[in-house]
Design a protein around this ligand. Sequence first.
Ligand SMILES: Cc1cc2nc3c(=O)[nH]c(=O)nc-3n(C[C@H](O)[C@H](O)[C@H](O)COP(=O)(O)OP(=O)(O)OC[C@H]3O[C@@H](n4cnc5c(N)ncnc54)[C@H](O)[C@@H]3O)c2cc1C
Length: 383
Amino acid sequence: MGNPVVIIGSGLAGYAVARELRKLNTELPIVMISADHGGFYSKPMLSNALSSGKTPESILNGDAVQMASQLKISIRTHCRVVAIDQPGCAVTLVDGEKIFYDQLVLALGADQVHLSLLGDGIEKILTINDLDDYKKFRDALAGKRRVSIIGAGLIGCEFANDLATSGYHVDVIDISAQPLGRLLPPAGGSFIQQKLEASGVVFHLNATTQSVDQMQERLCVTFANGASIETDIVLSAVGLRPRTQLAVAAGLSVNRGIVVNRLLQTQFSNIYALGDCAEVEGKVLPFVMPIAHAARALAATLAGKPTPVFYPAMPVIVKTPSCPTVVSPPDFSITGKWYVDADKDGVKALYRDETGNLLGYALLGAATKEKNNLTAQLPPVLM
Ligand SMILES: Cc1cc2nc3c(=O)[nH]c(=O)nc-3n(C[C@H](O)[C@H](O)[C@H](O)COP(=O)(O)OP(=O)(O)OC[C@H]3O[C@@H](n4cnc5c(N)ncnc54)[C@H](O)[C@@H]3O)c2cc1C
């Protein structure tokens, strides 16, 4: 038997490939290497865990030992890969150990973007991108009441809803004029804003966060216009950046993410990437559905049957129960325009091209019931 398939990363992408590959080949040796605990959990659950009564412990579906036995793979936990020796087909761990591979899968995820802010409280700013971050956040919440969230995007709004409905005072700060500015036209933004405000969320829009300072036990967030708010916890949710450093150092093509073709293959035929770290035919799609499709295709390829990935339309449900919302973001590089139908019960926004073809949508409130019908009319994301 040759060297194993080595998967770097134990997030949804790493586990999805391992699981799909096992279905196709029960013998192939698979080694998963993870910088973290290596347990399996559903990351999207982190942003509605409080209101659904979940703890960090109950979110974990299986630890690394259980997962290794279930999938019949070997899992190296708390092991950071520091280099890829592409010509030698090996990865180097932080302690210098080398692990050789026949095929390498990069499922490295993405890093939270950190704003460069001033103030002596910036060390206290929290971000949540994995279960360990979430544990820290839940520990920090103990006995506290006020949370300020920087960023009114998908993750910021989901946490705001979760915290507000769980009894916390929540301030959300964003530089833009509306929440979910990248996903919703203005009518949709103001609808979700009103619904979240009705749940107790306080928005500070068109506001640039400038500094975070310690004020005895509390923190003070100051905006560029001089206004400030007092809070117990500052959570930053201003976006993600694909983890590409390893790939860059190994000479792999990197653009916004690690560049791969429809086979999820980098320019080196036995190195692949998927999930939040990957850029598939120019698209970086940091969501669960693309991972499921990519993992199935990649597993077939790794098992010996080269299989290009196909992405159908993949709507994203925004987990804001105070304002049910589903979006299928259009490819904004195609010229088109929003057609919006809004009333007190909901917003139906359809993005159409010049000839009237539906390219994407945003549905809020009562309009979400049209999801299936509209999704069927959308073009695939990747043909
Ligand atoms: C709070 C939150 C809510 C979300 N909600 C939704 C949702 O509702 N719907 C949706 O579609 N998407 C949602 N997402 C996005 C979705 O969860 C991600 O797209 C997905 O989990 C990414 O999985 P991944 O495996 O690519 O990356 P990750 O989960 O980040 O995994 C990366 C893995 O790589 C490991 N790693 C990185 N570098 C190294 C190294 N050098 N050596 C060894 N190991 C390394 C890490 O330790 C980790 O195990 C949400 C994200 C967040 C943060």
